[in-house]
Structures are given as C-alpha cells and as structure tokens.
Design a protein. Structure first.
Length: 474
C-alpha cells in the first residue's frame, strides 16, 4: 500500500494531510470531506481515489472542472503520480505526494552471526565503529532535506485557499458557482450550469416498428426457440449490452456467466403470462413491470446522461434493485427505487429522515432526486473500476456488494491464477475461491442485470408492447 499525502496552501502556511482511506472528497459544502473556502468550487467538486498502488482523481460534474497539471481531468478519472498538481475552483491547488510504504523486517541474528557482522564493520583507530556515525550523518542529511521541502511548500504558492474540516458555509448560497471557461476545453454548459455531454448513439438493438429482430429468432419470440438458439441469442445480446455500457468492444461472455444470464432471462420471459398482482411488487406481470419502468425512464435517462454515463446502467439497476417500485423498502432498511441506505443517500445529496418507510417517505422515494443520486454514485464507482466493457460490470457488482467487498474478492481471484483478466467474469469463473456472501448474492447480481437489460432493450422479442427503455425521454 502506498502513502498518499495532499499538500495545499492556507493563510497560516502550507498544510499537509495523509489520506488514510481509499478516497477523499473535495469541495465547498458539507458533502465534501476536505473543504475549501473557494467560491469557484462546487459543493461536491472532485474525489481522489486510492486502490493499492493506483491513485486517480474524478471530477464530480463540477461547474468549473478539475484540472491535473493544467489539463482537464478525464471523464473516467485521471491517474495521479508524485508531484502532480490538482487545480480546482478559482484559486485552489493541491500537490500530490506519493511514496511506497516500506516495512523493514530484520531477522534476529544468532550470536555467531552477530559477532561475524561486528567483525566486518569498519572502525576508527580508537575502536569505535564507523557505521553508527555514518547512520547519524545520513539522518541529519534527511532532516535537512525535509526542512527545505517543507519550506518550499509553505512559501512557494498561493495562500488564499483555506481547507476546513468544519462547515463554515451556513451563510453561503447552496448553489454551485457559475461555471467559468475551462482552458483548452470545448465542453459546453447549459443554462443550469450542467455540462452537456454528447449523447451516445445506440447500436443496432431492435426498436419497435421497422427494425428486424435478430436473425437467430427468425420472427419468433424468445420462448418459442430451442435451448441452443436461446443461448446463441443471449450470447449476441449480452455482447451488445456490454458494448453499450462500456462504450467499447467486448469479448464473448464466459459460458458460466451466460448460463446464469439465461436462467434469469428465462424467468423474466415466463412472467409475460403471469396475472397482474396489483400494487407494486416483485414478480409481477412482465408487461406491467416494464411499463412501470418506462414511466420512470425519463428521470433516469436525464440523470445519467447529465453525468456522461449510459442510461442503460441506471435503468436496469433500478429494475433489479426494486423493479422500479419508487418507494420499495428492503427488510434490512434500504429504501426507494435505487435502494439507498440512509448514509449512502445522504452522501449523494438526498435528504433523508430516521425511520423512513413507504408510509413515512423521504427523498429516496422521489424518482428524480433518487435517479440523480444513483447517477452520482455510479460515476464514483466507474471512477474506481474504469469505464471499459470489462470494467463496468465490476462497478455494477460493487453497487450491490460495496466497493471494499468487491475489491477484496477481485484480488483473491486475480491472485489465484496468473494471467486472469481484471473483470467481473473472472470472479464468476473463480467463485469457489471467494466469500460465501459473494457467491450467494453477487454471482447473481450482474447476470441478472444483463438479463433485465436484454429484455428491456429488446422488448418485442419477449412479447412486450413497449419501446426499448433507453429510448424513453422527456
């Protein structure tokens, strides 16, 4: 594990902190862990992540952007190294200090070995060993160099930014600042100050109307074809979904994962003839369930597009978390369409209350705010795991398991065999080496996401009279 320190100027001089956890958030408001009195900062402006030897920064859709050595941070995050400078707000600059953490392991010497070592040490004519003298000299040199470095950091930059761990902004407008032009950036902002990301063009997934269904079905519905044809269809559709959410090419889905996707897809497809249950419940009629999702889709599409994330991720997270029941409550407490706990909901901007329930709801039960919070949460997960076709399923899996749990299981899988790919399907293939909780829950989560997305983006193949969910917008 590396040591990560952040140094920044204050009116009292340079201040340095050590980042102990796997992330630290920067901003102006109470949402941020490290706060600066800079009116150019958004309330939650950026997040710095650390995972093993990797460090990177992700802009949290701030009004004025995040810059690394003068260049805008990449949408999926920019790697950081020792000596890099992060610029945020109008005048805040943070210096990155990264170093390996060394732990000296000294084996106790036997008397014979100790005597032999002592015999080989150079000594003065008076019999005094030179080694301790040399070590003292090196220590004095290191202290001197450290003093020079600290002096430079204290007096070498602007001293106008103030970092605080209390919230001094009770009298400050809660709104984010007006955006300022980013050097070298062509990103536009709309009148609300939200960055306008170019919307992604969907590939040739079937739409209602005149687009032909995949050739393997030959005009038939999914339930009407053979088992081998179902597997071929699901293999093709899974790759399409992986390409969409990862915005890149994708390898074939492993056979173990495809079988899990098939079991969930079969279960969804069979619900077409289920009698409607009434209310908002899991396991309802397939048309009723996806019709409800189509009514929530505009909020989700808008929220995820605003963060530069494919809306398919949000649409089908809500499907497997709550089947789009906007105020569903888990027996363990999470509430709403995206099943936020109270703490996580607050972290991503939702107003929550203690003891909230469907009969005493808070903002987790409101579709539009909860969609905005889910998009922010997923963006942070994508910043941690990456935005490629092999990485996005990791972010989706961590939505369910928590980042720490997923990371530890991923490390176990990768260490079990050299040459394994860093992706969720690696976890599936090495399940016997992972925790029982992961096997019981998370093995199902990502395949179920893919199954829900295949049904929702190819509704006519499953007998639904709807458009693909991702096409519903305001």
């Amino acid at each position: 594990m590396i040591v990560l320190k952040l140094t920044f100027p204050t009116p009292e001089g340079s201040k340095e902190i050590t980042v102990d956890g796997d992330r630290i958030t920067l901003g102006r408001g109470s949402e941020a862990e490290l706060r600066f009195a800079d009116d150019g900062l958004s309330r939650l402006h950026a997040t710095i992540y650390r995972d093993g030897s990797r460090v990177w920064v992700v802009d949290e859709n701030s009004s004025n952007g995040t810059f690394v050595n003068g260049q805008p941070a990449a949408p999926s995050g920019t790697p950081l190294k020792h000596g890099d400078r992060i610029g945020v707000g109008h005048r805040t600059e943070i210096h990155i200090w990264v170093s390996e953490a060394y732990s000296l392991q000294v084996e106790p010497a036997t008397p014979m070995a100790a005597n032999a070592a002592a015999a080989q040490q150079p000594v003065t004519p008076g019999g005094v060993s030179l080694v301790p003298i040399a070590m003292i000299a090196v220590a004095i040199l290191m202290v001197s160099l450290s003093a020079v470095f600290i002096g430079y950091m204290a007096f070498g930059g602007s001293s106008q930014a103030v970092a605080q761990n209390t919230d001094p902004y009770d009298d400050v407008d809660d709104e984010d600042p007006e955006p300022r032009p980013s050097p070298g950036s062509t990103t536009k902002t709309n009148e609300t100050g939200v960055k306008e990301e170019p919307l992604k063009t969907l590939p040739d997934l079937p739409k209602t109307g005149n687009t032909p269904v995949p050739s393997v079905l030959k005009g038939r519905k999914y339930l009407d074809v053979s088992e081998s044809e179902k597997r071929q269809y699901l293999s093709e559709r899974s790759i399409k979904i992986a390409q969409l959410i990862g915005n890149s090419s994708s390898d074939a889905i492993p056979a173990e994962a495809l079988e899990k996707i098939k079991s969930f897809t079969d279960a969804y497809a069979k619900r077409l003839n289920v009698k409607p249950l009434g209310g908002c419940r899991f396991g309802d009629n397939l048309q009723v369930t996806y019709k409800r999702a189509s009514e929530n889709a505009p909020f989700i599409v808008k929220a995820f597009n605003a963060k530069g994330i494919d809306p398919i991720i949000g649409l089908y997270l809500a499907m497997i978390e709550s089947e789009h029941c906007v105020c569903l409550q888990s027996p363990t407490g999470p509430l709403g369409m995206f099943q936020f706990t109270k703490a996580t909901g607050e972290r991503y901007g939702l107003r929550t209350i203690s003891g909230a329930s469907p009969n005493n709801p808070d903002e987790r039960c409101e579709p539009e705010p909860s969609a905005n919070a889910a998009a922010a949460y997923i963006k942070s997960l994508l910043g941690r795991y990456g935005t490629g076709a092999a990485s996005v399923p990791l972010a989706i899996g961590s939505y369910n398991s928590g980042e720490g749990g997923l990371s530890s299981n991923l490390v176990k899988a990768l260490e079990s065999n050299s040459g394994l790919e860093r992706d969720f399907w690696t976890l599936i293939a090495n399940g016997e080496k992972l925790s029982k909780q992961f096997q019981a829950e998370n093995f199902k989560y990502v395949p179920k996401f893919f199954a829900a997305a295949i049904v929702g983006e190819n509704p006519q193949d499953f007998g639904l009279t709807l458009q693909p969910l991702s096409t519903y917008s305001n």
